[in-house]
Design a protein around this ligand. Structure first.
Ligand SMILES: Nc1nc2c(ncn2[C@@H]2O[C@H](COP(=O)(O)OP(=O)(O)O)[C@@H](O)[C@H]2O)c(=O)[nH]1
Ligand SMILES: [Mg+2]
Length: 236
């Protein structure tokens, strides 16, 4: 694998929402037969064609990091988990459409990963309300994925989808709702597949931009393709 041809995307959300199932589907285009409890952190890779169909097309390795655990963990556990949050390029926030709590917890997950989980009294508490400013200056691309769409009765779909649309808007993110046990939801050419591809393109485009919006010195597409300046730089 050539240096710098990979990006790191965190997959965050409560236990049981379907992260392992989703990652398996994203990386292998197959349903995960027998999901087992994720211990610690697991990483899988999706091969992505950046700017597919254009002269700039290039294959990237998208590492999907499924960190696992609970957002309500003790501070000591959270700080251990924080090592996985280094050098992240994007975040997929996963919630279970049948479980409102898992949606609410996405605020806490994202704040934790973006290193803003600071004040215990701050944004996290107030019954679902939180400070939009917290996400205003975020430069890391986010995608919100709702799982278990198949478990929502037809009569409740509109209500649930309205709720998730607001959630995605809060994160300034695109959203995809699906059933992780059915690969049809991500079929090539479907609107979900297009959204997904656009998200990964954005992650790749923004990978040299720091959290505060500044460019990492010396890192740009021009440099990368223009000369051998970065040849000796390895990322692992
Ligand atoms: N019906 C249905 N079940 C799902 C879906 N996504 C995940 N599951 C099931 O939910 C359970 C937890 O999934 P898992 O991927 O292990 O969740 P994780 O703890 O977030 O990694 C498993 O039994 C999955 O088969 C979905 O979209 N629809
Ligand atoms: Mg898991």
């Amino acid at each position: 694998m050539a240096a710098l041809d990979r990006v790191k995307v965190l997959v965050l959300g409560d236990s049981g929402v379907g992260k392992s199932s989703l990652v398996h589907l994203l990386c292998h285009n197959q349903v995960l037969g027998n999901p087992s409890w994720t211990v610690g952190c697991s990483v899988d890779v999706r091969i992505h064609d950046y700017k597919e169909g254009t002269p700039e097309e290039k294959t990237y390795y998208i590492e999907l990091w499924d960190v696992g655990g609970s957002v309500g963990s003790a501070t000591s556990v959270k700080s251990t988990r924080a090592v996985f949050y280094n050098l992240l390029n994007g975040i997929i926030l996963v919630h279970d459409l049948t479980n409102k709590k898992s949606s609410q917890n996405l605020y806490r997950w994202s704040l934790e990963a973006l290193n803003r989980d600071v004040a215990p009294t701050g944004v996290l508490v107030t019954n679902g309300d939180y400070d939009h400013e917290q996400f205003g200056d975020n430069q890391i691309p986010l995608l919100v994925i709702g799982t278990k769409l198949d478990q929502i009765p037809e009569t409740k779909r509109n209500e649930v989808l309205t709720r998730t649309a607001f959630l995605a808007e809060d994160f300034n993110a695109e959203e995809i709702n699906l059933d992780c046990t059915n690969p049809r939801y991500l079929a090539a050419g479907s609107s979900n597949a297009v959204k997904l591809s656009r998200f990964f393109d954005k992650v790749i485009e923004k990978r040299y931009v720091l959290r505060d919006g500044t460019q990492i010195p010396g890192f740009s597409e021009r440099k990368r393709f223009g000369g051998g300046t970065l040849k000796s730089l390895h990322y692992d």
